[in-house]
Design a protein around this ligand. Sequence first.
Ligand code: GLA
Length: 746
Amino acid sequence: MVRTLTGKDGGPLAWILEAGPASYVIALFKGRYLVQYHWGSRMEPGLDGLAAISAPLEGFGAAQDLTDKSYGMHRLPQEYPWPQGGDFRSPALCAGILPGGQPAMDFAYRRHSIVPGLPEWGGLPLPHGAKDDGPLLHLEIELKDDVSGLAIVLLYLPLPGSGVIVRAARLENRGKRDLKLDRAYSFSIDLPPMAAGLDLLASDGGWARERVLERRRLGPGRVELESRKGVSGHGSSPCAILARPDASEDHGEVWAAALMYSGDWVLSIERSEEGGFRLQGGLHPELFSRTLLPGQAFHTPAVILAHSGDGLAGLSCGLHRFARHNVMPAAWAEKERPVLLNSWEAAYFDYNEGDLVEIARGAADLGAELFVLDDGWFGKRNDDRTSLGDWEHNPAKLPQGLAGLADKVHALGLQFGLWIEPEMASRESDFYRAHPDWVLSLDGRELSEGRNQLILDLGRPEVRAELESRIAGLLASARIDYVKWDMNRPFSRAGSPGCPQGEARHRYVLGLYELARKLTAAFPGILFEGCAAGGARLDYGVLSFFPQFWLSDNTDPVWRAPMQDTASLFFPPQAIAAHLSASPNHQTGRVTSLASRSRVAMAGVYGLELDPRRLPPGEAAAVRADIAWYIRHRGTIQLGDSWRPLAPEDDGNWTHLCVSKDRREAVFLWMRPGAIANVGPERARLPGLSPDAHYAISSPDLPLFGSRVFTGAELRVRGFEFEVPPGPDPRALAFELSATDAEQGW
Ligand code: GLA
């Protein structure tokens, strides 16, 4: 819902965007400047409130309008600030008039329009509407600086079904001189002063140590979250959460911003001298600039803005709905994902067709539904030094080609999936020898390699056209049901001949989106999984094309569980692949119980990353039972709502709760990461259940627990207790809950 509130003279006073439980209100100050009036719980602004907006100049302010010296921009909560105009906080835009670079500024309101549907956005992905959103409307507000001729068109799109507001900006050179954009953020928002302060939830990390989350109170100055790696990064998705200090999993006020972008990004949070908080971000300004010639326009990536008054779970449940229904390709939103076995940790590069068929047979015997052939099947690739780009099967390994293997896998009752890394070329490849000038490079400098590979220049149409035809040919050459699209190195020395340096990396991302858009449209039946050396590219940009991700190469459950929790703040379990691997773990070397590896994997899209032939005695039966249990509950896990419900005592145990949409079924997963002696019963609280329903709880891991009945209210508020029998560490349990007519017994 989008509305304009008009004043007595018929001119606009404010714009009101409503999305589910959230409102976003933009006011027009002095008929000129856009002011952030409210972003939070649903409310209707009153005329008196809007009329009372003031920004007294005194206290070291600088008047911009000498006919009215009553206000200073440094106190106005702004929607898209610029520098040199008396707002001394960080700007959203740094643009200059060429030559010389005199700043574009003084952007004043010009016009607005409320338009049905969605605009085309310069090749960048935008969310799409879903059934629950009703007919979509978007608002465009135009600001202009007459001296430079630069116009800013701010896009606002509320999505009522998920409570999300989408923003973006389009910058248009309407003047006669060339302009240079050195910073063109997607958005900026000023939250009001909060006496108790505000917490930032953000993560960092690296390969196999993705997404280590920290919560800290914001102090003086500006905090920047970012990636300069050319991809959104292992440390963090391009996302940030702000929380009132008292906000928790199921209580309190929280805000989130997530860029719909897959390249270099920045999000910053600045505490102002008034105690308010400026949240803003977009393309990383150190790695982006753009010259805008007269008549040209530039679109920024979109940003997703979400608010909840019901804590982190309220926020993430809305974002999960958004990710599924407004971002991922519509055909995959309600589809349960198959249980797969991936060959990587089973065989690495060392296999032939016979081995693969045996591994696939083992997978089928365990109850898996899809066999994925990972790296090593093409060119001369027996290690990671060669052949990327040569997307032809290696006849020494696959004498009957991909089609022959795919048929054998299908004959076992499994779907067939394939690993590719289309954005890269090995120096040691026929493809690179034929096109040595198709890789990202800087004039006159040595190429740089990461994992022995070079990055193809997807910004160039001829490179994309060749890749599209090769990959389309490959995907059509066998019965392929799934593709793991990998990307295994960060950007460095990344330039493109003839392309201004500040534009090359962004053009790459646009090229990637175009390639992904075309290939996913050409093969709508293929399930694409995004991967970048584990989890270096998890973002709503890629999610528009690939409906699931590989979160990390680290499958050690003690590491994996918190990584999954961090990812689950923004992405639903249906989009997060989680595999049971062998012990000791191949990345950390840690020995862990089968139960812990399997229960943690059950919180996402369950899969196997092991050789079934090498399962220790007795484990095959347990894995088979786990897969059958998972498939029985997969609808609840993948398509329901999920919580990270901390135990009442915050005892350090990992917990994950999934509740079906009708609230009649639930799955609760629990793990104690460390060993402990002399411990009493554990207790877990399960928010998210229907308070009035009765639930029968049982666990495949605790035969003596039997089936116990509790009210939803008791489980939500007090929780339930269970004793954990001795066994290999980490101890981990799965519970299933089902609404029942039976009452609690005495
Ligand atoms: C990356 C992926 C792994 C695997 C290898 C293959 O590291 O994250 O899962 O596919 O590449 O080379």
